[in-house]
Design a protein around this ligand. Structure first.
Ligand SMILES: [Zn+2]
Length: 124
């Protein structure tokens, strides 16, 4: 799926981000437009503010999963163990969470539809 691979919503080929998720200073950098089909990646100024809400949902999910994992795997340890585990997991997953919240924002609310004729390669 193109959203999972963080590709352009119109041609499903151009990358949405210019650098790797592991690049700590540039993981959020996006090109202004798709290098393959020219689709603008920011439909309107401030478009990605809405991605914060998707990001909140990801954070909540991460907290719940980590919280339950700590509870069951470590047999309900002291409170600070929960706090440290959730903080570390949230921090490590920040690049992924941010990138996927922007990707979903563009796919769900960007008003862009998949157009196979925009792709470089013709698929049947
Ligand atoms: Zn494209």
């Amino acid at each position: 799926m193109a959203a999972v691979a963080q590709r352009c919503p119109r041609c499903h080929e151009g990358p949405l981000f210019t650098h790797s998720a592991l690049n700590l200073t540039k993981f959020a950098d996006m090109p202004e437009a798709c290098p393959v089909c020219g689709q603008a990646y920011e439909p309107e100024p401030g478009f990605y503010w809405g991605a914060m809400y998707i990001s909140f949902a990801f954070s909540t999910g991460i907290m719940l999963v980590v919280g339950f994992a700590v509870y069951f795997l470590l047999n309900d340890p002291a409170t600070w163990v929960y706090i440290v585990s959730v903080a570390v997991a949230s921090l490590l997953l920040t690049p992924l969470s941010l990138r996927y919240s922007r990707t979903l924002m563009l796919y769900w609310f960007g008003g862009v539809h998949y157009d196979p004729s925009r792709a470089r390669t013709i698929r049947s």
